[in-house]
Design a protein around this ligand. Structure first.
Ligand code: PEP
Ligand code: MN
Length: 336
């Protein structure tokens, strides 16, 4: 059960409401976000909701039967939208394009990518400076120095930044240079990280875990929301299956299913979802058709020289072709 509190509730009324709910055997979790204050009582409602709806301080009350509550689509009919400022919006009719290199590599390559994005009208650039790599000997990112350089070029060009945060201790130093914190697949169930990001006011994109279920992804999002941050994007980036012909199996079903289960925005990552450059464009278009609210994909001016994930990075020409095709099909996509 989710109770949305009246915005004018007094501390006294709030305390009384708590006591009344506890007397009704509800376990109560208080959540305050950027937009509202809620009381979450998980589990199937054991009481008649009408008894709660009339209590002082209650704006509205909803029965939610899922294990996740605040991110469930069953209580909030309007899809969440995210405003990054400077006219950059995600959702509410704005399909988000987030493109760039897998890793931030050097200044020239940032400039090349920014120039490509500006040319294509793409307002959000991706690029990791803290890279989760399977091998400790692989390139693991430029760290804060890279992020500052990334920020400097993006700000000049009016481009917003999405970049991966790997641990809670990085949040404070990254904050000023980041518009969307990316939680990588390997950290999808790092509950300490999710909880800390829940205390931020910046958007958080959560990737689906490598072997993560839809339910687990939604519960990860619940960690962020219940800690106070509603600005959440979910990202389908493929899962590990028995198939070895490609890096991951992009789960197209996840897009419409997530959109039915949650009010959060759903982004598709066809780069990690396939791991093969030639598959990125068709899968990206399929994801848009299936209702994705945006794409997160890798593009590099010289993919063969990329320090990470070159095999799945589109050239800038291919990226431009993807954008042109997307613009043609977007009016026919099943977004809601
Ligand atoms: C990435 O976006 O470069 C990345 C490492 O993604 P994932 O966490 O999906 O593997
Ligand atoms: Mn990558």
């Amino acid at each position: 059960m989710i109770i949305r509190l009246s915005p004018h509730i007094t501390p006294d009324t709030s305390a009384q409401l708590h006591d009344q709910l506890q007397a009704l055997q509800c376990s109560v979790h208080a959540v305050t976000t950027q937009s509202a204050s809620y009381l979450v009582c998980p589990g199937p409602p054991s009481i008649d909701l009408r008894r709660v709806g009339f209590l002082p301080g209650v704006a509205d009350v909803h029965a939610v039967s899922e294990t996740y509550q605040l991110v469930s689509g069953s209580w909030k009919t309007q899809r969440t939208t995210i405003d990054l400022g400077d006219g950059v919006q995600i959702g509410g009719g704005h399909f988000a394009l987030m493109a760039g290199t897998c890793s931030i590599e050097n200044e020239t390559q940032i400039q090349d990518t920014v120039a490509h994005l500006v040319q294509q009208g793409i307002r959000i650039m991706r690029g990791g400076v803290f890279k989760p790599r399977s091998s400790p000997y692989a390139f693991r990112g430029l760290g804060m120095e890279g992020l500052q350089l990334f920020y400097q070029h993006c700000r000049q060009a009016g481009i917003k930044i999405i970049t991966e945060v790997m641990q809670p201790a990085q949040i404070d130093q990254m904050y000023a240079y980041t518009d969307i914190f990316q939680v990588g697949a390997r950290n999808a169930q790092n509950f300490n990280l999710l909880g800390e990001l829940g205390q931020q006011d910046k958007a958080v994109l959560i990737k689906r875990g490598i072997s993560g279920t839809i339910e687990e992804l939604l519960q990860s999002a619940e960690y962020v929301f219940s800690a106070g941050n509603e600005r959440i994007l979910l990202c389908e980036r493929g899962i590990r299956t028995f198939e070895t012909a490609y890096r991951n199996t992009f789960d197209i079903n996840a897009i419409p299913l997530l959109k039915a289960r949650t009010h959060l925005l759903v982004i598709a990552d066809p780069s990690h979802g396939t791991g093969i450059r030639n598959l990125v464009m068709p899968v990206a278009l399929a994801a848009a058709m299936a209702g994705a609210d945006g794409l997160l994909y890798e593009t590099h001016s010289q993919p063969e020289l990329a320090l990470s994930d070159g095999q799945q990075s589109l050239s800038h020409e291919e990226s431009a072709e993807l954008v042109a095709r997307l613009r043609q099909i977007l009016p026919f996509c099943c977004r809601s």
